[in-house]
Unconditional design. Structure first.
Length: 272
């Protein structure tokens, strides 16, 4: 019997042939597909799919993760479309089902979930050996992180301003940070999907702010800069907090990037 892989939506997928034509609407998945050696089968990507930089330039863009150009995808005649629960709009995905034969839904919520993601993509596209190599590398990084003893830190991880927005504790970002014993505040949980996963904040109505040890300004989706960091350092409400920039790709991108992301966080703690 032909092996089948089950995606995050519970849909079973058979092994694709060598003629598979893949469109990815998820930047970290696009990078992972290249890591699996599928560059000849990737026919479309979003404008936010920027890694690996030397290879994605040759792949046509089909809009953004949410502002998707349906006609552009239709013209590429994909056999497979890869989407993510958090990053892509359900209505858009349903419209794409009308003409894309296979839609693969992903939703890693912890670093370890990447192991299942590697297996899913490796099985569907016949890259089991490459998927195993990624799994071995990730397992080594997870083991290395678990072997360390990190001082506990409460962190405010900011992803947006005007309004300020952070991350709930059941997001992938928060799970990555917990690998180095950094715990996100506010202490809220947003559920599987929805805006509650990325709560808005009012510094004047945040009694938990006193418990924050460090404020992390992510490079995405909002591109915080040194100017933002310096302005927050002058804010009396954040007096005494360590305020620093952090590479959002390393903390929020799953797939192959998680391997480098754990290394990055280990270096961040070593430099603290």
């Amino acid at each position: 019997m032909q092996p089948r892989a089950v995606d995050a939506a519970g849909a079973a997928h058979s092994v694709a042939g060598a003629d598979a034509r893949i469109v990815s609407l998820v930047p970290s998945i696009t990078e992972t597909l290249f890591a699996l050696g599928l560059e000849r089968q990737i026919v479309g990507r979003t404008g936010f799919c920027v890694h690996p930089r030397d290879k994605v330039r040759a792949v046509p863009k089909v809009g953004g993760t949410k502002a998707v150009k349906l006609d552009a995808i239709r013209a590429l005649r994909p056999t497979h479309l890869i989407v993510n629960v958090d990053e892509n709009e359900r209505d858009t995905v349903e419209q794409l089902r009308a003409f894309v034969p296979h839609i693969v839904v992903t939703h890693p919520q912890t670093p370890r979930d990447n192991l299942a993601l590697y297996t899913l993509l490796g099985t569907i596209f016949g890259r089991e050996d490459e998927a195993q190599r990624l799994s071995t590398a990730l397992e080594a990084r997870l083991h290395e992180a678990a072997a360390h003893s990190f001082a506990a830190q409460n962190v405010l991880y900011l992803i947006w301003r005007e309004p300020w927005m952070s991350v709930a504790r059941d997001t992938y970002i928060a799970a990555m940070l917990r690998l180095v014993n950094w715990h996100t505040l506010p202490d809220v949980y947003g559920g599987r999907v929805g805006a509650a996963r990325y709560p808005t904040l009012d510094f004047d109505d945040a009694p938990w702010l006193a418990q924050v040890d460090r404020v992390l300004l992510s490079s995405e989706p909002y591109r915080f800069t040194a100017a933002h960091r310096d302005a927050l350092a002058r804010d009396p409400r954040l007096s005494g907090k360590r305020i620093e920039l952090i590479d959002g790709e390393m903390t929020s991108w799953y797939g192959a990037r998680a391997i480098y992301g754990i290394d990055y966080l280990l270096r961040q703690t070593a430099a603290a």
